[in-house]
Design a protein around this ligand. Structure first.
Ligand code: NAD
Length: 234
């Protein structure tokens, strides 16, 4: 999605992640491909002070923030609700939901102060609208449903500041998130539950992310768009 924004004319990009090596490598690759400044900032989305400090650092090093995409997330699948460790449940909600809130709050405050409007995108999941199966993952499904309502709430509150807030709900995508051994075995079932009969490729979210982040979507806020090969129709 960052690459697609660069291709669509973004002037600079900040990549935030907890994984230092992966982030630095991605930033340096994107910067050399797109020929724009791309910087990596190591952040744990759960850390309030670090998020605020990172936003200040980005603004001073790259300029005002006009677009935010909240994508950090973990899944923890194949755990029955009756066995779910409460600390693991809290940790997942902390990363997927509270983390998305904290980063959006830090960027939203900056956008409101800068009076330039902006676009915030949340990456939820079909898991926010359907209980995915056969894998049991009550915490993940719950976090992704809550993310949609968080986005709707921010859309309502921040429309008066010219800030649009939307959600993309991807179906099963072929990324590291699904590399757990057990999930690999469940993939053929997921494909059978998807009208298009396959997993999505990560770059199949790109056009939608660019559209929702751009002025072409200037009357679109509080929307949740599925990008899932039709999974949600069943
Ligand atoms: N892959 C799928 O099938 C799928 C489907 C629907 C939605 N999603 C959502 O898409 C988003 C991106 O997932 P992905 O598939 O690219 O997986 P991914 O594992 O490649 O990316 C998730 C990233 O989040 C980062 N992260 C985790 N905890 C963090 C923290 N505390 N602070 C900062 N960064 C942290 C990870 O280091 C990782 O780089 C997630 O929110 C995921 O729930 C994925």
């Amino acid at each position: 999605m960052a690459q697609a924004l660069a291709e669509a004319g973004a002037e600079a990009i900040a990549l935030l992640d907890i994984k230092q090596d992966l982030g630095e490598e991605a930033a340096s690759r994107l910067s050399s491909d797109a020929q724009i400044p791309v910087k990596f900032y190591r952040t744990d989305v759960r850390d309030v002070d670090a998020n605020n400090a990172t936003v200040e650092q980005i603004v001073s090093e790259l300029g005002a923030i006009d677009i935010l995409i909240n994508s950090a997330g973990i899944v923890n699948s194949n755990i029955k609700a009756e066995d779910y460790d409460p600390d693991m449940f809290r940790r997942l909600i902390d990363i997927n939901l509270t983390g998305s809130f904290l980063v959006s709050q830090a960027c939203g405050r900056h956008m409101i102060k800068a009076q330039r409007g902006g676009s915030i995108l949340f990456i939820s999941s079909i898991a926010g609208a359907r209980v995915l199966h056969p894998q049991q993952q009550c915490a993940y499904n719950t976090s992704k449903a809550a993310v949609v309502q968080l986005a709707n709430s921010m859309a309502a509150e921040w429309a008066r500041h010219g800030i649009r807030v939307n959600t993309i709900s991807p179906g099963y995508m072929d990324t590291q998130l699904n590399e757990e051994a057990m999930l690999q075995q469940q993939m053929s079932f997921w494909k059978s539950m998807t009208p298009m009969g396959r997993m999505g490729k990560p770059d199949e979210l790109n056009g939608l992310a660019v559209f929702l982040s751009s002025d072409a979507a200037r009357f679109v806020t509080g929307s949740n768009v599925f990008c899932d090969g039709g999974y949600h129709v069943y």
